[in-house]
Design a protein around this ligand. Structure first.
Ligand code: NAP
Length: 247
């Protein structure tokens, strides 16, 4: 299983849980080599199998390299499109094109490129044996991210639509395609978006009075990727502690 952005946060929790469930895991990262190597080391210490592969999902050359490294590691049965970015809170009126381009390139183009490579390998008509693709969206796709990051929310809306369309496109290839929409999850992404206290600040306002953990999202991802979810292809599962259904 390839986990993009597997070095930290939801991706790291997913990589660890995937290894526990018996997958050999490719832990992709873009810059934090130490974090990726820590995830690989913890998997190996627990008796699992993993490698770290550097690559920017927004760069086709890097994506090809990532999948070639995975090919040398074993047959691809799962892809978790997890790598994603946010930027500092801005209104649409304040956004420059560099921000909007990079947001779409990482969150949308990167996920589609990785899915393309996975489909090329998993499709029965191309000699593959099927598989599962899970993309990490966000409840922001439903809420809209007004005043914070409408560009990010729109990128996740694109992921939801891509998930629905790809699920139908490859259903006869024995490839299952899913999404998860996390709510507020306690990871470093909030600090990278300039809001290090976001989780603590928002927790009391959330329906469950707490943020979710990366492990709680990882469990949903691994369930969807498993044969337990065999008839749920096309589903996008909220993992948001009911946040998304607030008005
Ligand atoms: P995080 O803690 O900031 O970790 C981000 C991960 O993505 C890191 O492993 C990072 O690698 C990697 N990454 C970033 N840009 C990349 C690129 N261009 N190519 C490859 N890898 C890249 O984030 P997170 O909170 O776990 O978020 C993971 C996913 O969940 C994202 O898609 C995010 O939008 C989504 N999500 C998160 C929340 C939340 O509240 N946390 C809510 C909804 C959705 P390095 O370690 O090398 O930097």
């Amino acid at each position: 299983m390839i986990v993009t952005g597997g070095s930290r946060g939801i991706g790291a929790a997913t990589a660890r849980l995937a290894a526990e469930r018996g997958y050999a895991v490719v832990v992709n990262y873009v810059s934090n080599k130490t974090a990726a190597e820590d995830v690989v080391a913890s998997i190996k210490t627990a008796g699992g199998s993993a490698i770290a592969v550097k690559g920017d999902v927004a760069e086709e050359r890097d994506v090809l390299h990532l999948f070639e490294a995975a090919d040398r590691f074993g047959r691809l049965s799962g892809l978790v499109n997890n790598a994603g970015i946010v930027y500092r809170a801005q209104t649409v009126a304040e956004m420059d094109i560099a921000r909007i381009d990079r947001m779409m390139r990482v969150n949308v183009t990167g996920s589609i490129l990785c899915a393309r490579e996975a489909v090329r390998r998993m499709s029965k008509s191309r000699g593959g044996e099927g598989g599962a693709i899970v993309s990490v969206s966000s409840v922001a796709a439903k809420l809209g991210g007004s005043g914070q990051y409408v560009d990010y929310a729109a990128s996740k809306g694109a992921i939801d639509t891509f998930t629905v369309g790809l699920a139908k496109e490859v259903v006869e290839e024995d490839i299952r395609v899913y999404g998860v929409r996390p709510g507020i999850i306690d990871t470093e992404i909030h600090a990278s978006g300039g809001q290090p206290h976001r989780v603590a600040d928002l927790a009391p306002t959330l329906p469950m009075k707490r943020a979710g953990t990366a492990e709680e999202v990882a469990k949903a991802i691994l369930w969807l990727a498993s044969s337990e979810a065999s008839y749920s292809t096309g589903a996008i599962l909220d993992v948001s502690g009911a946040r998304s259904i607030l008005p």
